[in-house]
Design a protein around this ligand. Structure first.
Ligand code: SAH
Length: 510
């Protein structure tokens, strides 16, 4: 074998083994839940992510801390220079051996220039992968309750781009063919093109009274759907001040939205609810609020910082009290660090202050022996009434109410307190603060969220304040705020229930 072909072969092998690679990844239309498993996996593994403007919020949250995240989006109809720069960046990073994720909104090969970028890679001899995404036209329609095909109404679907400047577009789009198309038309477009587009279609013979819709910010919490006819769509959209990003849908299938619209239907539909608890706990509450139809404004006011503490041997206690889900998770992290697990708690009774702590315990394989019916220190003390306790471990936040400890000591128990974590302020940024001023509800699930929230933000003038219980309400009053709503059951379910009741009362009898 001659040396030249030897090195050629080595080059070829290096391309596959040590060489960089580019993955064109579709991030979907906006709802983070529509990102594919492969997309999330690649983002988590990437050395470099080149991303566009219309990608879901926090799409990059799973990227490695050391990953290079580069914004290459264009504002509006971007200049072609930017495209060349993007190509150059992509080639450069891939050549240096990096795993490059080229992250695009929707699907990378649907009006995303993914094909052009892939051609540039092929020409340069760089391998790539394509991860399809949920494309905006189909997703926005689906979230508006419009099936893009429907037996008897539409058996074909056309995806059309109407972005380019109208002069150019007139040459590229065949309006007569589009007007004659036997099915649903979905236009990816700048909202300004809407008037021209509907006119062209009607002029070319599409019936003016055909159903049509425009979906703004499809799949996002702020999604709006305007239903009209082809003749009235542009006017309706202007009346409602529809803005980008939006897709226009032309076809009788749009009529089905009246029956099939399924988003924003729950008891909190149309309400914006701000959530102030720490990010780790925020998502479950946020998800529940969303499933009730609410828009959720995530405004975490606190952050949990675990302490490095030495745990006393747990077998010396006959009762272990856990007063928060955070405390439970951190306790088990500490145990794990010493190669220990749930069995360390085997000799003691375990008390959880409420269902959140109990659920956290269950995740670690422990069924709480005691969960009071009132989720407060007082409730826990009552629940412990008939129990004889000599030595108690209370594992909790560094700063917390002492009521439980005092109560246990009054009863003659020896109480060991372990401060597992600190609760620190998470400053609220200006954008979130501005959005907060418009929120319908502001929820507080602990005194610490109240105190830290008020350090950097304030409720809006029309915002109703919802408190999880009397302790949190008292802290609100100390700060001069009267809660409009207080949950009767002091947990998340109770808080949601109180919000639903308040929203129903505000909108009057149904
Ligand atoms: N590759 C993308 C499309 C890029 S073109 C995809 O497959 O979805 C950008 C256009 O997509 C926008 O101008 C708008 O018409 C549409 N679009 C993107 N996100 C949207 C959303 N959330 N709701 C409605 N339209 C959207």
């Amino acid at each position: 074998m001659n040396p030249a072909s030897d090195s050629e072969e080595a080059d070829a092998r290096a391309r596959w083994v040590g060489g960089g690679r580019v993955c064109f990844v579709g991030a979907g239309p906006g709802d983070p839940g529509l990102m594919s498993a492969r997309a999330l996996e690649l983002i988590a593994a990437a050395d470099v992510v080149l991303y566009d403007r219309l990608i879901p919020e926090r799409a990059l949250a799973g990227a490695r801390a050391c990953a290079e995240l580069i914004y290459v989006g264009k504002e509006g109809a971007g200049p072609s220079v930017a495209q060349e720069e993007t190509d150059a960046l992509m080639l450069d990073r891939a050549r240096s051996g990096a795993l490059v994720v080229r992250l695009k909104g929707g699907d990378p090969f649907v009006f995303g220039r993914g094909g052009e970028e892939a051609l540039a890679l092929r020409a340069a001899g760089i391998e790539f992968e394509v991860v399809p995404g949920v494309t905006a036209g189909i997703a926005a329609a689906a979230y508006a309750g419009i099936p893009v095909t429907h037996r008897g109404l539409a058996s074909a679907l056309a995806l059309i781009t109407a972005h380019e400047d109208p002069a150019k577009e007139e040459q590229t789009l065949d309006w007569a063919a589009l007007a004659a198309f036997p099915g649903t038309l979905v236009f990816y477009m700048g909202v300004r093109q809407l008037g021209r587009l509907t006119e062209r279609l009607i002029d070319a013979g599409r019936p003016p009274d055909e159903a049509a819709a425009i979906v703004e910010r499809g799949t996002l919490p702020e999604q709006r759907t305007i239903l009209a006819t082809l003749a009235t769509l542009a006017e309706r959209a202007a009346e409602h001040d529809v803005r980008a990003p939006a897709v226009a849908i032309v076809g009788e299938v749009c009529r089905l939205a009246a029956q099939l619209a399924w988003t924003q239907r729950g008891p909190l539909a149309g309400r914006t609810v701000a959530v102030t608890r720490a990010q780790a706990q925020l998502s479950s509450l946020a998800a529940q609020l969303r499933s009730l139809g609410a828009r959720v404004l995530e405004a975490p006011a606190i952050r949990i910082v675990p302490r490095t503490v030495e745990l006393p041997p747990l077998d010396g206690f006959d009762l272990i009290c856990l007063t928060s889900a955070n405390g439970v998770d951190i306790l088990f992290d500490l145990l794990a660090k010493h190669g220990q697990d749930a069995r360390e708690l085997a000799g003691a009774r375990v008390a959880a202050i409420g269902p959140g702590s109990a659920a956290a315990l269950l995740r670690h394989g422990v069924i709480a022996d005691i969960v009071p019916s009132r989720f407060l220190a007082e409730g826990l003390l009552e629940a412990l009434d008939s129990l004889e306790v000599r030595r108690v471990l209370v594992a909790r936040a560094a700063v917390a109410r002492d009521r439980l400890i005092e109560g246990l000591r009054d009863r003659g128990a020896e109480v060991v307190v372990v401060a597992l974590y600190d609760t620190v302020a998470e400053p609220i940024d200006a954008t979130t603060a501005a959005a907060l001023a418009q929120a319908d509800y502001l929820t507080f699930t602990s005194s610490s969220t109240v105190r830290f929230f008020l350090q950097s933000a304030a409720p809006g003038p029309q915002t109703r304040i919802a408190s999880i219980g009397p302790v949190t309400s008292a802290t609100l009053r100390e700060h001069g705020l009267e809660p409009h709503i207080e949950a009767t059951r002091h947990d998340i379910v109770g808080l949601l229930d109180a919000l639903i009741a308040d929203a129903a009362a505000a909108s009057g009898p149904a």
